[in-house]
Design a protein around this ligand. Structure first.
Ligand SMILES: [Ca+2]
Length: 362
């Protein structure tokens, strides 16, 4: 990730003839530059290097994709390949398409950079349904989760472009609080173990690990998604503003994903539609220097089923529906009215009892 400005390396020839002090300065700069190049980049004080892995990457001109069985990638459903992109679905109703890697990925630490485009004729919120990037045990299965099967095993990162739940709630004249409301398009991550269902009606809220708003539709510039899995930490970032800067989306430690799963990208349309295009999927191997203790720990407990540590803690507060302002107002109002009613009843009963007692004395 570290970039070295090439202008630093160029030096004017007259600059070299200004005596020993200048040469010394130059020498120091050169050493610093060497150090920068050598270091690669670091994360949490762990040095890393990254290498593009062509066998897990998909980029122009998509040689053999969709036509040759020797290609590393396979198309499914309505997906089609052009010279400039892989169109998972066209902008028409009830389509689903996918592109899946044929080779299971055995890398421990990796980073996937997704270059994509979502665009269509539909006005805002009259488009759908979105696309997903996968790292799963299963591949080439059709289904309702952005064109992939439900109860999948592994990781799914979704770019959900239609707010099913929010629209449903809106129709009932209810609303989430600003804290819990999600603005769509929404990017979110989910880890499945083969028996967890994705709730389409609620846009995956019950199984959401984290997410962020991402206005990715009908953009003039390119949009990118970045998924990094390193030392069991899942990080998702987006670059959608055309500024070539990654923006944080989610960052979750303790995500346990087995090795040997498949990368894939899928998309689906329903009553509403969009073109869902993948321009490239670039997979980088990250070489992380681990301490011996870390290595031993990882060897001891081999991961066979995907899971997320402290999931309950993670979801605490996230899952709570949160009553809308109006709902809270009425709840308080009715409780107050209830109390007043009870007090009044109590007073009436008491005065009756008091009166009848007094009558007895007369
Ligand atoms: Ca949705």
């Amino acid at each position: 990730m570290a970039t070295v400005d090439s202008s630093n390396r160029s030096c004017d020839s007259s600059f070299l003839h200004r005596g020993n002090r200048m040469s010394f300065k130059l020498f120091v700069m050169f050493i610093l530059l060497l150090f920068t190049v050598e270091k690669g980049f670091s994360d949490d004080d762990h040095e890393m290097e990254e290498f593009l892995k062509r066998e897990y990457s998909l980029s122009k001109p998509y040689q053999g994709v969709g036509s040759s069985s020797s290609s590393h990638w396979e198309l499914m459903g309505d997906a089609m390949v052009t010279t400039d992109y892989i169109r998972l679905t066209p902008d028409s109703q009830s389509r689903q398409g996918a592109v899946w890697s044929r080779i299971p990925c055995n890398l421990k630490d990796w980073e996937m950079q997704v270059h994509f485009k979502i665009h269509g004729q539909g006005k805002k919120n009259l488009n759908g349904d979105g696309l997903a990037i996968w790292f799963t045990k299963e591949r080439m299965q059709k289904g309702p989760v952005f064109g992939n099967m439900d109860n999948f095993t592994g990781l799914g990162v979704f770019v959900d472009t239609y707010p099913n739940e929010e629209k449903h709630i809106e129709a009932q004249k209810k609303r989430y609080t600003p804290r819990t409301q999600r603005i769509f398009p929404f990017v979110l991550a989910m880890v499945g173990n083969g028996s967890i269902s994705y709730n389409h009606e609620r846009d995956g809220r019950p199984t959401e690990l984290g997410g962020c708003n991402a206005m990715v539709r009908n953009l003039k510039h390119d949009s990118f998604l970045f998924i990094r899995y390193i030392r069991r930490r899942l990080t998702v970032m987006i670059d959608i503003d055309g500024q070539h800067e990654w923006r944080d989306c989610l960052d979750i430690p303790g995500v346990r994903l087995p090795q040997g799963y498949y990368f894939g990208a899928t998309a689906i349309t329903g009553d509403l539609s969009d073109n869902h295009d993948i321009i490239s999927l670039k997979l980088y191997q990250l070489t992380v220097i681990r301490s011996r203790k870390e290595e031993e720990e990882e060897e001891e407990e081999e991961i066979t089923i995907p899971s997320v540590d402290n999931l309950d803690l993670l979801r605490l507060g996230q899952n709570e529906e949160g009553m809308s302002g109006i709902a809270i107002f009425f709840a308080v109002l009715f409780s107050l009215l209830g109390c007043i009613f009870l007090v009044v009843i109590g007073l009436v009963v008491y005065s009756h009892w008091n009166e009848s007692r007094r009558k007895r004395f007369y």
